[in-house]
Design a protein around this ligand. Structure first.
Ligand code: GDP
Ligand code: MG
Length: 376
């Protein structure tokens, strides 16, 4: 029987980056093979001192679908993946799944990922959708990861519940569209950047639930990387929004903070002379509410016309939303102000600064993502 080599060749590739994973690498490869996933495996090792690469070479003698890409220096997870994906593209693979070496990502989900991934979608093995689970993390690990994921989603508006997931399947069409040389993140922010790039390039992000199990052997390398990754996410945020929109919002905010403060002090003085029997804190709160209403109105007009250049014809609806957001802002503004002035007994000016900062953050995100959503 003549066997056509091209028919036999697998089109799916699992890419596993490794740095000092000698305790884990045989197990994960064995588990993938036991699962009988129709995929080749590429381990991208950054010259691990513990000999991870040598273990892979030994296993590859028997397993012809297992390959090692050995790199001279440790350059980070992102660089390792890019090198691995490029290697796979040259060899003609069509779908690429990224996977940790530490068995955190379940092999049972591999075929689901390969099935979901197609020419227009990226598949994500998700911890944070219904059915997804995390095993082995303590509360603080969970809160850290959940928080990082939540902030990332909020800042970058990634349309996936698990925006920081490392277990994903990409179609080669995606790599061709974006050009892998444009990937900036060398470390862990790589995962976020790929999700963001996929979304921006018009690929759908489709999630399937997984049970994520914390590593039992070897060391996690993420610790020293958190700060760097957070900086990258912030950089993506600024680049995505365009510095101009951000600056405009800040300017509108500054102008109306001036309006807010001026109205507050004027109102406070007037109220004190009109209502001499009222207690000082009540006067403060009323003055604060008045100044908020005035500054919110001028803020709406400036943000509609200038910051977000809204062409939404349903002005009443838009203004209504702005009012709702503003009401939330008022609650935040007043509560913070109350806490700072009445409870901490700090001066009015500190009350105003913290109240303005809290409300400004809320206002920016809520207005950008909801009120003026159509303009983005
Ligand atoms: N090649 C390479 N692999 C890395 C590097 N940093 C981390 N890895 C691998 O990337 C995967 C994920 O890292 P891990 O430490 O498990 O991160 P965590 O799961 O977030 O704790 C593991 O297989 C690591 O061995 C690196 O600089 N180079
Ligand atoms: Mg891991």
């Amino acid at each position: 029987m003549v066997v056509n080599w091209f028919c036999m060749k697998r089109s799916n590739l699992i890419v596993i980056p490794t740095f000092n994973e000698s305790e884990n690498i045989s197990k994960i490869i064995g588990d993938i093979r036991k699962e009988k996933v129709a995929a080749d495996v590429l381990v991208v090792d950054d010259n691990s001192p513990d000999g991870t690469g040598r273990i892979v070479l030994k296993l590859a003698v028997e397993d012809h679908g297992l390959h090692l890409l050995s790199r001279k220096v440790k350059e980070g997870l992102g660089r390792a993946y890019v090198a691995g994906f490029k290697w796979g593209m040259e060899k003609g693979y069509k779908k690429f799944t990224s996977m940790d070496a530490d068995s955190s990502h379940p092999v049972e989900a591999l075929s689901r990922l390969f099935n979901i991934c197609d020419t227009s979608s990226v598949a994500i093995g998700s911890r944070y959708i219904k059915g997804g689970k995390i095993v082995g993390w303590n509360t603080s690990s969970y809160i850290n990861s959940w928080g990082a994921n939540y902030i990332t989603r909020l800042l970058l508006r990634i349309r996936a519940k698990d925006a920081t997931a490392g277990f994903k399947c990409y179609p080669v069409e995606f790599f061709k569209r974006i050009n892998l040389d444009t990937v900036e993140a060398s470390g862990y922010a790589f995962q976020v950047e790929m999700a963001l790039k996929a979304q921006q390039a018009g690929f759908q992000l489709i999630e399937t639930p997984i049970t994520f199990t914390d590593r039992v052997a070897g060391e996690s390398k993420i610790r020293g990387e958190l700060k760097k990754s957070a900086k990258m996410v912030l950089k993506f945020f600024i680049a995505q929004q365009g510095v101009r929109q951000f600056v405009k919002f800040a300017i509108v905010g500054a102008i109306n903070t001036g309006v807010d403060w001026a109205v507050f002090f004027s109102a406070k003085i007037l109220l004190l002379s009109w209502l001499p029997n009222f207690n000082l804190q009540t006067i403060r709160q009323i003055a604060k509410a008045i100044s908020f209403i005035v500054s919110a109105t001028s803020s709406y007009i400036m943000n509609r016309k200038w910051t977000f250049r809204s062409a939404n014809a349903r002005i009443m609806r838009e203004a209504g939303k702005f009012l709702v957001v503003g009401f939330g802002g008022l609650v935040i503004n007043s509560s913070v102000f109350y806490l700072v002035t009445a409870r901490l007994h700090w001066r009015d000016i500190f009350g105003l600064i913290s109240a303005t900062a809290g409300a400004a953050l809320w206002n920016f995100f809520a207005n950008r993502n909801w009120t003026f959503k159509q303009s983005n």
